[in-house]
Ligand binder design. Structure first.
Ligand SMILES: *[C@@H]1O[C@H](CO)[C@@H](O)[C@H](O)[C@H]1NC(C)=O
Length: 422
């Protein structure tokens, strides 16, 4: 009798606890009709125009990453891969200067890193995505490819965000990729010895090869990389035709989105509705893949299926996995302690017009230690079909605090535990 009373009491009290954090909304931090490239000098701009290196309608922003620094303040970075010519720089910081098409970019770390356009492999050639770590470092994954030509080997560049200088460079050996066939697009970094105790010496970088269907693991202590391949990294032709906001396009991208809870690597190809996983302990062991890149097939598993394909993904410290599905357009959350199926794919309310093709996504810990989801959306369906209208807003950087979601998931866990003990 008393037990039943407690159950009722807890059920009455807990919804109140869940509601005590206000539901958050998606906020547009920056938006563009067309990308706006600033230059260090007017002479640099004139030279870029003369050489065909400034064609703003060719520019598609892909990634977003943000960083807070005690002296430099808060900075938001974006990437513009050189799918084609006319891109003056491929990694930029967003400034507070505004023009009619949107906020003005400036090259990062500076213009001299970008204006060789593949003729100098010590510089940056083309970047899809970056990763910023708790060590104040930005990992820049340079594909080395412009307009489908492999100008330089792919490389990993590590910039120190305190000094904005190069801290480390790793050039991938020719056995790690196949020129032009491979395309290194996504880096995910896990630091094993973070500050304040650690010295940021032990880390792994996981890299998605989207077109030659593989994963490359870089180990900082060994300063070497190895390749891992598995059938789950291939695109599924049954999910190669996509529909976003009623526009159909074909994109047969393989290995694409990466996320981790520090035990498993979660991954999926873009042309797929499945999420897959492999234990980090398996892929972190170079010996396992010494004889054969497609070793240990039994260690890879299907986690589950989502409602429709999604591109990039991210995971927070509560192990919530976020991804924006294509059709219907939904910002979704899934928790690894539930089966991954449509029933447990939870929709986070969001204005669908803001999140048409989210190609960049990061969980960022802000200056008061709270996690936020940052996204870049770019309406890739319109780029693919050639229906872009530069009179409309096409590119957006979005932010959403996660405290309401994280608080709700803790509360429901509390509830289930307390009910068991009652
Ligand atoms: C790595 O894998 C090999 C077998 O491929 C095994 O013998 C070795 O113990 C593993 N190392 C670690 C640290 O787990």
């Amino acid at each position: 009798m008393l037990g039943r009373f407690f159950v009722v009491l807890l059920l009455v009290l807990t919804p109140h606890a869940i509601l005590s954090v206000k539901q958050r909304e998606l906020e547009t931090v920056y938006q563009w009709k067309q990308m706006v490239f600033g230059f260090p000098t007017e002479a640099d701009r004139q030279e870029a125009i003369a050489n065909g290196n400034l064609v703003p309608e060719n520019a598609t922003p892909i990634d977003v990453a943000t960083h807070q620094h005690s002296v430099k303040g808060s900075r938001v970075f974006t990437t513009v891969p050189r799918f084609t010519t006319g891109i003056p720089y491929t990694l930029a910081v967003v400034t507070d200067a505004n023009e009619p098409n949107g906020p003005v970019l400036q090259p990062y770390p500076d213009y001299s890193w970008h204006n060789s356009h593949g003729s100098n492999c010590d510089k940056i050639t083309s970047v899809f995505r970056v990763a910023i770590t708790e060590c104040n470092q930005m990992f820049v994954l340079d594909s080395g490819v412009i307009s489908g030509v492999q100008h330089c080997p792919p490389q990993l560049l590590v910039f120190d965000l305190n000094t904005d200088t190069l801290f480390h460079r790793y050039r991938f050996e020719s056995s790690m990729y196949v020129a032009v066939a491979s395309l290194f697009i996504t880096p995910l970094v896990i630091v094993h010895d973070p500050p304040p105790k650690g010295r940021c010496r032990k880390l792994q970088v996981y890299i998605a090869d989207v077109t030659f269907h593989g994963l490359v693991v870089y180990d900082s202590e060994l300063n070497t990389a190895w390749r891992v391949e598995n059938k789950f990294m291939y695109p599924d032709p049954d999910h190669g035709t996509h529909s976003i906001a009623n526009e159909k396009f074909i994109l047969m991208d393989g290995m694409f989105g990466l996320a981790s809870d520090r035990e498993q690597l979660y991954f999926h190809p873009l042309a797929s509705v499945s999420e897959y996983a492999v234990p980090l302990s398996v892929i972190n062991n170079r010996t396992n893949f010494k004889e054969s890149v497609d070793a240990m097939p039994q260690a890879f598993r299907t986690v589950g299926k989502r409602s429709s394909p999604c591109a990039t993904q991210a995971m927070d410290s509560h192990k919530n996995l976020y991804c924006v599905t294509f059709n219907p357009i939904m910002l979704t959350r899934w928790s690894p302690n539930k089966p991954y199926n449509i029933k447990h794919e939870i929709e986070i309310p969001a204005d669908r017009q803001l999140i048409e093709f989210v190609s960049g996504m990061k969980v960022h810990k802000n200056d008061v230690g709270k996690e936020e989801l940052w996204m870049m959306s770019n309406r890739f369906q319109k780029i693919s079909r050639g229906t872009m209208d530069f009179g409309e807003v096409n590119f957006r950087i979005l932010r959403r605090p996660l405290d309401d979601i994280q608080h709700a998931s803790i509360s429901s866990q509390d509830l289930s535990q307390r009910l068991i003990f009652t």
